[in-house]
Design a protein around this ligand. Structure first.
Ligand code: BDP
Length: 704
């Protein structure tokens, strides 16, 4: 009887169906005693409401407090009559004016949260130099309240470490999202600019809540059309909606747009007519979007047009656009993801070779956008050797939030640890310890957002959007802390919910590495769409789109020799780093086969041979997923039924696909090595040919 009552109460506690739309801004009622305490401390809100950003902050706080506390406190504009939250800048609020000095060094986006006394009342201050700082501070306060933090000793000073924190949408104008696993594009180009879907504002709220301050609306494989006047009007409508939330709109530009849109015969960056065309285009953009952020360009990469089509360098190409944008304050984000099929050099070396000599040749408003690793968003890569190697060029690090190579939206893989690993890596720039983060001026994240009700294709993929924003704001944060705050807001602040979820999240990336590409292996996914295993992929248009190019396994051994005996990619790193990666004694096992080709009998730290260890790692990856399944099962009844069920089902998909990865990979590598499986490791249930015959012709998100 008692058990039944307890079970019933648990059900009621989590009965409300949740579809994930509210993201980490659910603002569900807090426990009664906590809500009561907050109601006393935050008896009213005093906040200006003259500008759109001021209203955004005010409304967010009102919405948040109404949800968390059961009802919103009185909202005032000028004076506090009791314990209050007081929002503002020295200009917008006379109450904040006395704190001018304290906030002087916070910069344009920073804020101060402080518990203090004002006109005889205890207040919580959210003070900043700008309205947008206040909005960021408001979201911070709401984070604390959602987690049930004590306010008595509140004293927070925050400013972003990186200036540009930008999402890259790989969205096509027809609604398809390249490498998108969360439905179709959020942008309804067809109905813009007239119809301003309220979802656009929720998108802006979510981004502002984690400090993202820019968004590139369209695919880097860009259609010139996105710069045509009618599309600029549509982009301008989005910019209007995003502006109050501190988000600037950027666009991807097709380098040959002067030909396709302008009817010119060339897109040569040194041609006067081309230069004029871009100048006019920039003026046209800024007449519609006065705070337009700038252009993102993928040039001379994977078939995209670029300056090299005219014998010009990447710097000449980037500077052409930079000169057009400079009078308006815009930037060019020029991508370093460049490699050529007719260059036989190790693909991992090509971007560095192409760009390092151009350091100092770019205009000041060019930012080089470099992927986190030298290949392509693999489950694990070493950091890109360009970080730290171009001291005179501002660099942005580009990461994928969408999980093209990490099981799409159905695999639970928290990317916080991946981002953290790269950001905290020692690039050893200028001969001394310095993290990759210290070499950056911004971060770009390839968005995992679509029109799926969950936004990101799954509940846990929301955490990757969240973690991207939080780490771009402050790369020094720990992925585990970020997971904990996300889990508290997304599921429940209850420790017994947060802790197991954080455990799942923190182990998830390593599990995926193990069941897909352990020990530094990379790029072994099926061809094209990258869904599922394809370690046997060979032939086709270019060697560096095959798996055999990367793993180089044969009867004797496996791995890509990138030491001086091989491609010598290792020499692109600072000597201190190169020594470490190039030396078998020092290289971390997690990157072993990235840098070294080794015999199957090579002894690993565990004492096992490389072959045995490899096979065991695959099984370990599958076990990691099983562990997540049992942790999640333990949360039944503590998480609302709707989200519980979807996560549970997705974990089953992940479990099945992890096993598929393990079996297919073991079958394949065994066919190459000819070795017996270590004791206790099951023979794959099908012959290799069966795995090779599996096809996923309709896998989502394919490029085209
Ligand atoms: C790869 C994707 C491809 C992108 C390319 C890029 O497979 O769809 O166009 O990166 O970043 O990861 O340009």
């Amino acid at each position: 009887m008692l058990a039944a009552v307890v079970a019933l109460m648990a059900c009621i506690g989590s009965a409300q169906a949740e579809d994930g739309y509210a993201l980490w801004m659910r603002y569900v009622p807090l426990d009664a005693p906590l809500a009561a305490a907050y109601r006393t401390q935050l008896a009213e809100v005093v906040a200006p409401d003259h500008t759109p950003t001021q209203r955004a902050a005010r409304e967010e706080l009102e919405r948040g407090l109404a949800g968390l506390l059961g009802s919103a406190p009185p909202m005032r504009v000028a004076a506090a009559t009791g314990p209050a939250v007081v929002l503002g800048t020295p200009q917008s609020s006379p109450l904040i004016a006395p704190f001018g000095e304290q906030i002087a060094s916070l910069g344009g986006e920073g804020y101060l949260l402080e518990r203090t006394r004002l006109a005889g009342h205890d207040v919580v201050l959210v003070a900043a130099r700008t309205d947008i700082g206040v909005l960021y501070g408001t979201f911070h306060l709401l984070r604390l309240l959602q987690a049930g933090a004590a306010l008595d000793t509140l004293a927070v000073r925050e400013s972003p470490q990186l200036g540009r924190r930008v999402l890259n949408h790989w969205d096509d104008l027809d609604g398809h999202v390249e490498r998108g696993y969360a439905g179709r594009s959020l942008w309804e180009w067809q109905t813009l600019p007239e119809w301003r879907d309220p979802r656009y504002t929720d998108y802006a709220r979510a981004n502002a809540s984690v400090g993202i301050n820019g968004t590139v609306l369209n695919n880097v494989n860009a259609s010139a059309q996105s710069l045509a006047p009618e599309y600029l009007d549509k982009a301008a409508a989005l910019a209007d909606l995003f502006r109050p939330y501190g988000i600037r709109v950027y666009l991807s530009a097709r380098f040959s747009a002067p030909i396709e849109l302008g009817g010119l015969e060339t897109a040569d960056p040194l041609d006067p007519a081309v230069r004029r065309w871009w100048r006019d285009k920039a003026a046209e953009i800024y007449s519609r979007i006065p705070d337009f952020g700038g252009l993102l360009v993928k040039a001379n990469s994977e078939g995209q047009p670029g300056p090299q089509d005219y014998g010009r360098s990447h710097a000449e190409g980037a500077n052409l656009l930079a000169d057009a944008l400079a009078p308006h304050g815009g930037v060019v984000m020029w991508r370093a993801f460049v490699y050529a099929h007719d260059v036989p050099a190790d693909r991992a070396t090509q971007a560095y070779t192409e760009f390092v000599g151009l350091d100092g040749a770019f205009r000041p408003n060019v930012i080089l956008q470099v992927k986190n690793g030298p290949i392509d968003f693999q489950p694990r890569e070493p950091f890109h050797p360009l970080f730290g190697a171009m001291p005179r060029t501002p660099l942005m690090m580009e990461v994928q939030i969408t999980k093209e190579y990490l099981g799409f939206a159905t695999h639970l893989v928290y990317l916080g640890p991946l981002y953290e690993e790269v950001l905290h890596a020692d690039a050893h720039a200028r001969g001394k310890r310095s993290t990759v983060a210290q070499t950056l001026t911004g971060m770009a994240g390839v968005a995992n957002i679509g029109n799926d009700r969950t936004w990101s294709g799954s509940h846990f993929d929301q955490a990757n959007w969240y973690a991207f924003g939080r780490l771009a704001w402050n790369p020094g944060q720990s992925a585990a802390d970020i997971a904990a705050e996300w889990a508290a807001m997304t599921f429940s602040p209850d420790r017994e919910v947060v802790q197991p979820i954080v455990g799942m999240m923190m182990g998830s990336r390593e599990a995926a590495v193990n069941y897909m590409t352990p020990l530094g292996l990379h790029h072994l996914m099926a061809r094209g769409h990258h869904h599922g295993p394809g370690p046997w992929v060979d032939g086709g248009p270019r060697a560096d789109w095959t798996s055999v190019y990367y793993h180089r396994a044969d009867r004797d051994g496996i791995g890509f020799d990138r030491t001086a005996r091989g491609s010598n990619a290792v020499a692109q790193y600072a000597p201190h780093v190169a020594d470490r990666y190039g030396d078998l004694q020092q290289v971390p096992e997690s990157l072993l086969l990235w840098f070294h080709h080794l015999p199957w009998d090579h002894r690993m730290a565990s004492g096992q041979t490389l072959w045995d260890e490899l096979v065991r790692r695959y099984a370990q990856g599958v076990r990691g997923v099983e562990d997540m399944q049992s942790t999640w099962a333990g949360l039944r009844g503590r998480v609302d039924a709707q989200r519980y069920a979807q996560v549970e089902a997705f974990l089953r998909i992940q479990r099945r696909e992890a096993q598929w990865w393990r079996d297919a990979s073991v079958a394949y590598f065994q066919s190459v090595s000819g070795r017996p499986l270590p004791e206790g490791e099951a023979t794959p249930p099908h012959p290799l040919a069966w795995y090779q015959a599996q096809q996923s012709p309709s896998a989502p998100g394919d490029g085209r």
